[in-house]
Design a protein around this ligand. Sequence first.
Ligand code: ZN
Length: 1008
Amino acid sequence: MEGITRKHWNLLISFTSVTVIVLLLAVCICTGALAPASTSSAGDSSDISFRTSHNDTRASARRLVARASVDDDEKTVPKHRLPKSVIPRKYSLTIVPILDAGFEDVLGRQWEAPGHVVVDVVAAKVTKTIILHAKNITIHNVTITHNSEEISVRNISLHERFSFMKIHLNQHLTPGDPYTINITFTSYVSEVLNGLFRSSYINQETEEQEWFAATHMEALHARQMFPCFDEPNLKAAIEAKVGRREDYVALFNTESTGNETMQDVDGWVWETFAPTVPMSTYLTALIVAKFQYSEAPGKLLPETRVRTYAPPHYIKQGAAVYPTQAAERILSTYGDYFKEKYPMKKFDCVAVPAFLYGAMENYGLSIFRETLLLHFNHSTESQRYIVTNVIAHELGHQWFGNLVSPEWWTNLWLSEGLTKFLEYIGLNATIPEFQPWDIFISESLQLGLRLDSDSRTSHSLKIDEDAWLMKNEMEWFDDIAYKKGGSLIRMVQGFLSEPVMRKGLSRYLSRMKYKAAVQDDLFADCDKEGQLAHKLPDNTTMKEVMSGWTLQAGFPLLKVSLQGASNVTVTQEKYLTSGGAGNEKKVKWFIPVSVATTRFPNFDPEPEFWMRDNETTVSIRLPANSWIILNAGNTGFYRVLYDDELTNRITNQLMEFPERIHKYSRAQLMDDYFNSAWNRYISVKTALNLTRYMKDHAETEQVVWTSLLAMLKTAFRLFKESEEEFTPLQVCKYFYKYFLQTSHLLSFLSFQNSFKNNHLNLLSVQKYMLPRIEKAIQATGGYDAVNINSTGMPVLRHAQLLDWACNLNSRGCIQHALELVKSWKNTGQLTIPRDFRTVIFSTAVASDSSGEMFEFFKEQYKNGESVGGLKDQILTALSNTQDPGRIKSLLSEITKQDLFRDRSEGLVLLQHLGTNAKAADLILQYFINNFTTIINHFGEGTPIVAAANAMAPHVKSLSGLFLIDQLVQVNSDFLKAPLGPAISRIRANVVWFDDFGESMLEFFEQNE
Ligand SMILES: [Zn+2]
């Protein structure tokens, strides 16, 4: 699954979010707050309702069903798991999602989904109770048969917390014997976007609202559509018969095998679908909609029909052509890679306007949020990357997750982590021009390391069963499962080698297909191949190597020190955000260590030595005066820090000939050193020293720039904020209120004194950074190197460099931006590359004091069509004006209907303005003066909170805190809680800047 609701991954690290080119790298599901908390105590009302129904089995259903607590006979049942005394083999599901009123007498009420399921099962133990799942379903009738003879049902009881439906029988089932469960039920086409749900879109021809039904079952929602054994390890074939209106299409996991007119219901048909391969219930999918499709040519994958379904207007615009072709190529790539073909006859991608997550990998019928699947003529290259990325992810799951499923959700990473890795194999085959493995470094490895070193986000990859129960099941679909999981697989590839790991994964898929796995299954298959190829340390299994990485949270830090002239010691300890303080340092790992040196600058990830999980220190020989890089190739999931002498040698090599150190290791140096500076292992000057080489030797690698700029983003946007002076009394007052730490107060008072002239501070930053960024721009073809037809990584690299150059007031960049916009203004031809428009437009507005550009864009905004995000790019540009009068004029428009016809446009403007350092005081003053008007216009406090949250990351001054505080005081009850996070963020900025600002400034002044 892919989630993007909360998390946005920046592929490009932009200077400020005013000009950000945010890539929603929909790589994973988000953590937290995505799904409503589902835990309820056993005393809550029942999940299964037994409502009055038109069905004449109502009376028998009432007789049959009695509410009861957990059955005494089932004391051996694990608390939240099915007992596996009965194993499902096949489901035959009949269901009619009713999307219209007017069929009450013949089918049911609108939003009901009457159905029937026949489950073929085999008894595995002697039992008198069959337990399966059902939630929010009305059960009408249940019968059990054995060789066509009915077995008497005593009653049905419900276990509410875990949605168990228990069928109590009057006789024992015999192990090994087949039985059939027949259940007649009504489920519901829910408003909430899980289980079987409804959603709508506006038909662009008729302008009418069109409803459709779709599904999202992961992790525990299949039980809301039909009673089933809803655990990933209980796989069974599912065949379906779906009732639909003639003018709709129905889609299921498998291909349709035909349809027939529904007896007695005019205009309705039954559509029948082939049985699936054995699969987990959470992968079931159903769509009933008036969608159309685009179909792949079928040359790459003749046995599988690949289509993309979407609302008709998108198909007419051709927006489904690209995703369909990408899907066909990626499915074919994965099948060839593992020599394990996709097993079904069709694969459909479906675009829906609203989806709780980014996308879901249902077997044969993956469902995507439309913005993450469709590709338009006006899409940017960043958007093309995102779309391909999401497709590669969902298709990867057809192998990891669908063909081999995790035994239970505590082994979730076997689905999400393996797929995260596989995704890049798909991307590399489809869009190599983006250099996807370079993107993996910043998007997965570096982010994974950051989250895994923070005790608030870190946990063991294999989830502890008790811990799993403590949280909502969706919260475990987090970046640890995806990014640490994917990065560990890349580490395995590093020490086993690509061909050996591929054999190991193929063996795992072949042995475990149509089954469910635990992580030891994966390790066993990789172990077989690893031992055969002698890729593992002596007398060590894959499981022994991987246990430390998967069963404990966090990762190691290797500290490398020179002892004498030619001896180097390497020690391991747990890497902590607290800079190594804490008693968890004793934890150890089995670490593959690849090595590069001056004489052997070999950045192959094959390990030179292993540091065992019972070792704290190892010694290695190093030629005199040589530099040494550990984790060469940057495949290991750990950080490395060198002592002063060894760091100097690396710095000198960079100053002399940086390419001798591989780009991935240069990226790792940036990531390890800056993170370690923020975590107080080393000084920030030591980290900054590693960037000096970029002045004389152009750094042209996107992966290095992205790693570095991600680390400097916070610092530089805080440098940009103008600082107002406060009297010592005011400073004391605010420190007393927000910090309560005298040490911070004292250092801040002296610190503020040294920071009086913020303008000069920013000049120092510019003087240091600009020559390095401009050198990279020149070395990659200059400002004009990328045009509207350019593709791939060069576009992303240039967009990022231009953004920083313009934001640091590079004259060349500003000149370039003004020329491009003037050319558009004069010729009427907009030929600026789409990925650059935000930064070019914003720069043109910010650097033009005459107001000519501002007025031009205002006119464009008023008259322009909102095509391809152009309108939002222009709005971002307007909000970047540096002129207080124009900022005020924009603010005054927010509650009028002239410029911003839609209320949401005013809200977006406020968010953009919030990131403009020049606008902060004006916005807050505007809120204080116009509080009632704003609340009357927007109906709530959202705009104020949204603007404050957008502003907070850029504010380090007490003035920001002071103004937000004033706002809280004006309307204390209303805003105190919602503005809390913004206040905390500013408070953290003040402390952060207090700790690092002065050192950074000193460095910039001393090293131009
Ligand atoms: Zn996924």
